[in-house]
Structures are given as structure tokens and as C-alpha cells.
Design a binder for this molecule. Structure first.
Ligand code: ZN
Length: 631
């Protein structure tokens, strides 16, 4: 996913906004019994009740009725299972689901089930009585209107304003709020689905998709490659489809499709570049679904159908590295998956590394260097916020007892990516690419974990070379907090020019006389991030007049600029900011802006007034964070 953690935009390197609680309490070794090896222990998913070593789901037939009036899904989830040990129960994860009936086999013989105690953010285990030879378990259920994975939008919250809209967000552990499921990234299933929706609307999933509405309002789907539960996805709305290339296309509301088709015209190029790097794309089609603005993330890599925020529709294709990121997940994450959320860096670190390689392939090294420096700035912010000795700054995490959504940070993304760059530097690009291709092939359609990856690294790349092992420094990167001492800060030639311009402005050159020709949004972002926290009204007005930041069509620029406007009480930007906060639901933007507002009593009043109006437009993922911050 890209990326809700990077919400420190525009605060300078001293910004301190990270919100997660960071007390790591469980010592892994304390809970280890003598029979468990360290490796088994680290492979255990502490965020799922399922016991896949005993009985595990292999395939799901899902049947769902979408009810917009009641804001519920009524469904049956029919699983083909493997009873590995002849056990008499299979355990699924649920949260807020009403379980109506459970049946066994094709004969639909009713069977007993029990829901365990509710645990915070984990929900309740559903234990179903099975027999040693049970092959099929069917669960009839209903979701609750406040299911965390489901966002129900009223027509006013869509671009077209005529029809309601629904989308899901299952990562990290929210699939269990709309499907009773073994909700662990270490378990993979194939699925078929039949979804019934109001006739004016189209349903799409992380599967083979229809390209137009039909008269019945019933749609069928097939995902024939096995996927982990967090990639289960559904969206329903007034959607149209537009082909981009032979293998790529876009779903969006009619009001958005033109802008989206222009913005993402280079999707095919990206797919070609990605395949050139790490081998054949294995999911048949690659389509995008452009969601209404309340989508809380940048993008979500749902297989075959990436969900994406409309805030990257900048009209100049300047924010499309997000698409490279989501596409890269088709290898790192969707094909080779982190086995538990403690291994999240295997998904995101690889994907950020891969994303920048794709961007380099298409736009050149200069361009990728800028992304690398911005990533480094985000990483430094996160390290400052968490504290460089915090255990949460290790790549291998320990999230036991915590909601993974709160514990996953930029560390997995940026430190993970810099670790891989460090390996690349140590062995050379050619050898590293060969290694990565080998890695993706070896673990294709499997879940992996940190131990497995490091074993593979040892066997296939380090091969006992002590000199090389020292350079790669697994211990310093994976198991130690902060950054290793020999880490080299990345640089960018294009940013050096931005820094020159900035110095010249600081020395008194009026903004309008700076040489900013052909700056991309990355250069603008770098420039705005460098601005001092305290500026005079004259300075703010000078910048705004020359560069029109307040009315920028670029969401990254706007979000960074509004922070300065708040800090310097530059009220000219108030209206645009309110507009932005009311329309956009992307958490990465919302959190720093509200936080900056809430820093003064007067600002907090303003924040609460805007929040009262805007809150219905936000997803639960955003309101959970903001409620806590503004309470
Ligand atoms: Zn991602």
C-alpha cells in the first residue's frame, strides 16, 4: 500500500508527528516453548486466530448481496478446506460479523460453531465443528453497518453526486470485518465470487472483472491465483471502464474517467519496464480503480485491480510513481508475501526499491534520485519521531499485542528500500537483479518471512563470503534500530539546483526571479520542505504570488504548503485549506494538517469546526487516528 505513514510532509526534518504508540512489551523468547524453534516462533502470526497447521482453507466461493440502505453485506462464504491433522474444528477470524448458520459438505449439513471472546482489533475466533473427512465448510453471515473494511459513501461523497459507492480496504487485518476468513498473510486461497448490486451500479473485485454493467445487477468473479486474505477487495459504484493498453485499463466514475485516462496513460510503459526487471507479470490484466476522494490511502495493491486515490490526478502525470509502487507489489507482496505483519518490510521495502527502479527505467536516474532523497527525508522524520533507539525502527518488527495498522511505519518502506540498495551496491546491479529474479521465482505464490529471506540471501548471494557479509551487514539493517553507521545519505543533482534557488530566495531574491523552470512536483516539494518554520506575511505572500501554491492543483504541494500557512497564520490559504480538508480523505495529508492546526487553541477551534463538517467524508482508517488526536 502507498502509504499512509508518510504524513510528515512539509514539516522540515525536525517535524514530530508520528502518532503510533510505540511501547514494545513482549520479549519473543519469553513466550517460546522448548519445542518451538526460533524460526517457527517468528513464522507464527500473532494477529490471527486461525490454526492453519491443523485445518486450512484452500479455496473460497463467496456469494454477497450488497445492501446500500442498511449498509450491510449479506453473504455466504463456502470454503474448500484441508484437514491436515484430522482435527474436529477449523478456526476462522471474524470481527463484528453476525454468523447465522454453518454447514458442512455439499449436502449442506448444519454443524455447530462457537464465537470466542472479543479481543481488541483482532475480533473473535469462529470455531466450526468439522469431521476428519470434511472438505467443505459454508458460513452464512451478515456484516455490521460499521464494519471497518467497508466504506459506504452517499452520493454527495462521490465525483458524480448521483449514486452511492462502496469500497473495501482489507489490509492489514480488516478482511475479517466483511468475510469470515483465515485472516493471515501466511495463508493463501483462490476464490470465485458472485455479487448482487443495485442495477445502476457495477461491482469490481481483486479478480477477473466485468467491463460494463448488465441488466441483472449480478456479477461473477474469478481469482485463480492463490492470494492472502488482505488482498480480498470489492468496490461497487457508478463505474465505467476505459482501456489503456492491451493488458491495462482504468475503472472510474464517468466524471473522473477522462482525467484518469490522461494521467495514467503510461501504465503500459510501466508494466513493460517492470517485466524487464523482474520477469513476467503473473496476474493477466493490470487495471486501476480510481476511487472517490475519501479513500484513506494513496493506493492499495489489490491484485489485478489496484485501488488508487484521485489525489494523484495532478493533470501532469507528476505523481505516478504511486502507480509504479502498486504495480511493483504484483511481485513483492502479492506474488511473494510477508508471512506475518512483523515481516512487513519484505512487502514494502522491496516495493519501494522496485518502484524507484521502474521510475529510473522510464524517467532516468536523475528522477529516481529525487524520489530517493524525499524518501530519505521521510525516513529521518520517522526515526526522529520514534527515537533512533526505538525497537520499532528495526526492519524485523515485534507487533504482538498491537494493531498492525498502528505499528507499521515508514521504516518498512524506506529503511527496507535502503537496505536493498545497500546490497545492490555491495554486489553490483547485475548480480543483484539476478538474485531478485531468482527470489521471486523461488517463492512465487508463497508467503515468506525475514528468516527465510535471510537464509536465501546467505545461500544464493553471500555464499560464505565474509567480506561481502560485512558489507551487507544484515544485523545492522534488520535487527538493529536506526541506520547503520556506514549509511551514505542519498543525493540528487536536480535537488542541488532547488537548494541553490532556495538559498538565493533566503538571501533576498524575490521569489518571482528564481529559476524554477521545468520543476516537477518533487522539486516543488523539496523546495517547500526547506522553507523555514517562521516566515513573515510578506515572505508567504511573495512565494504565493510567484508560485500560486494556495491554488495548486497538486495535492502534495498543497498539503505541504498548508502546514506553512498554518504555522505562519497566513489566512489567505484558509478557504483553499478548508476545501481540501472537506474533499480529501487521504490520511497522509489529513493528519499533519489537523495536527498543525491543533497546535494552538485558536487553530484547534478551526480544526474542530472543519472536522465536524468533513468527518462523514472520511474512512474509518482516518477517523480512528483523527478522533484520537482531536478529542
Ligand atoms: Zn506498498
Amino acid at each position: 500500500m502507498r502509504t499512509y505513514h508518510r504524513f510528515l510532509m512539509g514539516l522540515g526534518l525536525a517535524g514530530s508527528l508520528y502518532l503510533a504508540s510505540c511501547s514494545s512489551t513482549t520479549n519473543e523468547n519469553e513466550t517460546m516453548t522448548t519445542e518451538q524453534t526460533a524460526s517457527e516462533q517468528s513464522a507464527k502470526d500473532v494477529h490471527s486466530f486461525a490454526k492453519p497447521a491443523e485445518a486450512v482453507a484452500k479455496h473460497l466461493d463467496l456469494n454477497i448481496d450488497v445492501n446500500f440502505e442498511q449498509k450491510v453485506l449479506h453473504g455466504t462464504a463456502s470454503y474448500l478446506i484441508e484437514n491436515k491433522t484430522g482435527t474436529d474444528e477449523i478456526v476462522f477470524d471474524t470481527r463484528g460479523l453476525e454468523i447465522e448458520k454453518v454447514y458442512l459438505g455439499d449436502a449442506q449439513e448444519e454443524t455447530g460453531f462457537a464465537l470466542g471472546d472479543e479481543k481488541e482489533f483482532l475480533g473473535r475466533p469462529l470455531s466450526v465443528k468439522i469431521k476428519p473427512d470434511t472438505k467443505k465448510v459454508t458460513i452464512q453471515y451478515k456484516t455490521s453497518p460499521d464494519a471497518a473494511a467497508l466504506q459506504w459513501l452517499n452520493p454527495q461523497q462521490t465525483a458524480g453526486k448521483k449514486y452511492p459507492f462502496l469500497f473495501t480496504q482489507s489490509q492489514a487485518i480488516l478482511a475479517r470485518t466483511w468475510i469470515p476468513i483465515q485472516d493471515s498473510p501466511g495463508i493463501r486461497i483462490t476464490y470465485n465470487a458472485e455479487v448482487k448490486v443495485p442495477k445502476e451500479l457495477l461491482a469490481v473485485m481483486s479478480a477477473s472483472n466485468p467491463v460494463e454493467k448488465n441488466a441483472s445487477g449480478v456479477y461473477t468473479f474469478e481469482m485463480k491465483q492463490p492470494i492472502p486474505s488482505y488482498l480480498m477487495a470489492l468496490s461497487v459504484g457508478d463505474l465505467v471502464f476505459r482501456e489503456v493498453g492491451t493488458q491495462t485499463g482504468i475503472y472510474a466514475e464517468p466524471a473522473t474517467i477522462e482525467a484518469a485516462a490522461y494521467e495514467f496513460a503510461e501504465m503500459d510503459k510501466m508494466l513493460v519496464a517492470a517485466e524487464k526487471l523482474y520477469g513476467k507479470y503473473r496476474w493477466d490484466r493490470y487495471d486501476l480503480l480510481v476511487l472517490p476522494p475519501s479513500f484513506p490511502f494513496g493506493g492499495m495493491e489489490n491484485p489485478r485491480l489496484t485501488f488508487v486515490t484521485p489525489t494523484v490526478l495532478a493533470k501532469d502525470r507528476s505523481l505516478t510513481s504511486l502507480i509504479a509502487h502498486e504495480l511493483a507489489h504484483s511481485w513483492s507482496g502479492n506474488l511473494v508475501t510477508n508471512g506475518t505483519w512483523n515481516d512487513f518490510w519484505l512487502n514494502e521495502g522491496f516495493t519501494v526499491y522496485f518502484e524507484r527502479r521502474i521510475m529510473e527505467e522510464i524517467y532516468g536516474k536523475d528522477y529516481a534520485d529525487m524520489l530517493n532523497v524525499l524518501g530519505y527525508q521521510d525516513l529521518m522524520n520517522t526515526l526522529n519521531d520514534l527515537g533512533k533507539d526505538s525497537q520499532d525502527t528495526r526492519l524485523k518488527l515485534d507487533l504482538e499485542g498491537r494493531d498492525p495498522d498502528e505499528g507499521l511505519t515508514d521504516i518498512a518502506y524506506e529503511k527496507g528500500s535502503f537496505f536493498l540498495q545497500n546490497i545492490e551496491k555491495a554486489v553490483g546491479r547485475e548480480r543483484f537483479d539476478e538474485f531478485l529474479n531468482n527470489y521471486f521465482n523461488t517463492f512465487a505464490f508463497q508467503s515468506t518471512n525475514t528468516d527465510k529471506f535471510l537464509d536465501f540471501l546467505q545461500k544464493e548471494l553471500i555464499k560464505g563470503d565474509e567480506e561481502l557479509a560485512k558489507k551487507i551487514n544484515v544485523d545492522g539493517w534488520v535487527y538493529s534500530p536506526g541506520l547503520p553507521a556506514d549509511f551514505k545519505v542519498p543525493t540528487s543533482a536536480r535537488f542541488a539546483k532547488v537548494e541553490e534557488a532556495f538559498q538565493s530566495w533566503k538571501n533576498g531574491t524575490p521569489a518571482a526571479q528564481l529559476s524554477t523552470k521545468d520543476w516537477s512536483s518533487h522539486e516543488w516539494l523539496h523546495f517547500i520542505r526547506m522553507l523555514p518554520e517562521q516566515m513573515s506575511q510578506e515572505q508567504m505572500a511573495d512565494l504565493d504570488k510567484a508560485f500560486n501554491f494556495t491554488n495548486s492543483g497538486n495535492s502534495e504541494v498543497l498539503a505541504a504548503w498548508f502546514i506553512h500557512a498554518i504555522q505562519n497564520n497566513y489566512t489567505t490559504a484558509d478557504e483553499a485549506m478548508e476545501q481540501f480538508l472537506t474533499n480529501v480523505g487521504r490520511r497522509k495529508f489529513l493528519v499533519p494538517i489537523y495536527k498543525a492546526l491543533a497546535a494552538t487553541p485558536e487553530g484547534k477551534k478551526k480544526a474542530l469546526a472543519i472536522y465536524a463538517k468533513a468527518r462523514p467524508n472520511y474512512h474509518a482508517v482516518s477517523t480512528v487516528t483523527l478522533d484520537e488526536m482531536l478529542k
